[in-house]
Design a protein around this ligand. Structure first.
Ligand code: FE
Length: 255
């Protein structure tokens, strides 16, 4: 299995703190059946910056250590970029790192509680330049939660999304769990990933989430998500089912 979003690089953000932490995470991933992890340190999230060149060096170092430790998990380079107005310039100046270096896929994180006005235009401009943005954990953005049509519109425009395993199994609360399932059911996501930060409070939970999806929606969906993850790291096109609007039941109150 491939995990496309994980904070496994040591000492670069709020994920693994030490090399020992990274090794523990790699072992935990392996136990979950994960053989390939895209390391996605935070960038420009107001707390952490991780530039393309540094990530490439650190990924090579971690792969070397995991080989020495006989842990059969391969680490690929990636970056979780908090959306910012000059992202396109960041690509040109080699600040930004697409998934696995030369794929067209860029993992983009929205702020927690807002959906910046320039988002749609920036996502469009990225696509015009040949990139495919992947919005990570849209279920954790509170504006999308209340205005899910905005998510529908961006997915319809060709943007991909990744739901986090922990959200699906309820680790971020019931609202986010329900929204995650609405996103899955409405064909508004293309990947399930761990966004693991450690092996305790923010672990992998991929098996738990996939079992949940399989029993609720059937095994085909899991297969599709895995094929998409393979295509993502190979830089090939990802195809999803036709996106649908999230329809919520409106209850009539007595006024
Ligand atoms: Fe993350």
């Amino acid at each position: 299995m491939i995990d496309i979003h994980c904070h496994i690089l040591p000492g670069v953000d709020d994920g693994a703190r030490t090399l020992e932490d990274s090794i523990k995470m790699a072992k935990a991933a392996s136990e979950q059946g994960i053989h390939t992890i895209v390391a996605t340190p935070h960038h420009r999230n107001n707390q952490f910056d991780n530039y393309r060149g540094d990530i490439l060096t650190r990924v090579a170092e971690l792969n070397h250590v995991l080989q020495e430790e006989n842990i059969s998990v391969a680490i690929l380079p990636g970056q979780e970029i908090r959306i910012y107005g000059d992202l396109l310039e960041g690509i040109k100046s080699e600040e930004i790192l697409p998934v696995n270096v030369d794929s067209p896929y860029i993992l983009v994180e929205l702020p927690t509680s807002t959906f910046p006005r320039y988002t749609n235009k920036l996502l469009y401009n990225l696509q015009v330049e040949g990139y495919t943005p992947v919005i990570v954990h849209p279920e954790r953005n509170s504006e999308l939660l209340t205005k899910p049509d905005k998510l529908y519109e961006i997915v319809k425009s060709g943007v991909l999304t990744q739901v986090t395993a922990a959200s699906l199994v309820g680790k971020f609360g019931k609202k986010i769990k329900n929204f995650s399932h609405e996103i899955v059911m409405s064909n508004l996501t293309h990947f399930v990933a761990s966004d693991a930060h450690n092996v305790h409070s923010r672990g992998f939970l991929i098996q738990e989430a996939l079992q949940d999806i399989e029993s609720t929606y059937g095994i085909d969906l899991i297969y599709n998500y895995q094929v998409n993850a393979e295509r993502l790291i190979e830089g090939e096109s990802v195809v999803g089912e036709v996106p649908e609007r999230i329809m919520r039941k409106k209850f009539l109150g007595i006024f």
